[in-house]
Write a protein that binds this ligand. Structure first.
Ligand SMILES: NCc1[nH]cc(CCC(=O)O)c1CC(=O)O
Length: 316
């Protein structure tokens, strides 16, 4: 009898694309894989009329129910956007593989103003991300913001309807869903520094020392090992270390972007005040042989020495 690898995913358009991408690759490699769709708190929050419970903790709202399924053995493998994963996983879980990253950049989606600087004064940008709002204000203090939620097609429809004049989205999502014709401008990381881990997937399994079935868990870890992409692992580990050292969470206006450059890695990180009036930014390089966590922690310490925590405190 063939062993089956059960993959858990959220039901959003983008999550399904990503989970299927992994599923088909596993099938191509000769494995039996199945998909299980799991509804998370984060998905329910995007429904109209959702009332958040008073004790709701924003961290990990897209992963809680998926990790429960992992822990209970209903699934063997969870496929997430790495940027939605908290910087610290509970000890029962492991980031078993990080596949090659797609385009990590943020993009400008705006008809008919093809670039950020051409949008007329007071233009309304549809984003709820504190990082994107702060970074946009640093470039264009006149901008206004409106809440646009939902999956990518919903957001594009709301843009078409005129609910906003422009959107800023992750390139990876639009590229994966073949909506790249909406992209007018891909921001350089210095203009709009992407969220740590943006554009990368995370393959999460039970940790080695928390198996449901030792032989099956080892089989799954072995099956997914070929997805692992060492450059992406290094870069996203360094980026997430910056975020972790500054207090974690996707609600903080922190960008970090690391790239391999011949023989070394370069990490750039940026913390912006919520009103865009102040910013600290730094970059550092390190040899390929060094520890990505040290690189991220070093940058975070240097950002703190330049006042990053004051900017972050202003944002809560
Ligand atoms: N916060 C939602 C989210 N999580 C991951 C992506 C995009 C895909 C990725 O970064 O891998 C998005 C949408 C967006 O930011 O536009």
């Amino acid at each position: 009898m063939k062993e089956i690898i059960r993959i858990g995913s959220r039901g959003s358009q983008l999550a399904l694309w990503q989970a299927n991408h992994i599923l088909y690759a596993l099938r191509d490699a000769g494995y039996h894989a199945e998909l299980e769709i799991i509804r998370t708190t984060g998905d329910r929050m995007q429904q109209p009329g959702f009332v958040p419970p008073p004790n709701l903790d924003g961290k990990g709202i897209f992963i809680k129910e998926i990790e429960e399924a992992l822990q209970e053995g209903r699934i063997d493998l969870a496929v997430h956007c790495l940027k939605d994963l908290p910087t610290q996983l509970a000890s029962q879980f492991s980031l078993a593989a990080i596949p090659k990253r797609a385009d990590a950049r943020d993009v400008w989606v705006c008809e008919p103003y093809w670039a950020l600087h051409t949008l007329p004064e007071g233009g309304r940008v549809g984003t709820t991300s504190p990082r994107r709002r702060a970074q946009l204000l640093a470039l264009r203090p006149d901008l206004e913001f409106v809440e646009i939620r939902g999956n990518i097609d919903t957001r594009l429809k709301k843009l078409e309807k005129g609910d906003a004049d422009a959107l800023v989205l992750a390139a990876a999502g639009l590229d994966r869903l073949k909506r790249a014709e909406w992209v007018h401008q891909r921001f350089s990381p210095e203009e709009m520094c992407p969220a740590p881990g943006q554009g990368a997937l995370a393959l999460e399994t039970r940790a080695i020392d928390h198996p449901v079935d030792e032989a099956h868990d080892a089989y799954v870890r072995n099956a997914i090992a070929f997805f692992e992409h060492p450059h992406t692992r290094f870069c996203t580990t360094a980026e997430r270390a910056v975020l972790n050292a500054l207090g974690g969470g996707c609600q903080l206006p922190i960008g970090a972007h690391c790239t391999p450059e011949d023989g070394h890695y370069r990490l750039y990180a940026q913390v912006v005040a919520p009103d865009g009036e102040a910013m600290v930014q730094l970059s550092a390089t390190t040899p390929c042989t060094s520890d990505p966590n040290e690189l991220g922690e070093q940058i975070a310490a240097d950002l703190i020495a330049r006042g990053a925590l004051n900017l972050l405190n202003a944002s809560v």
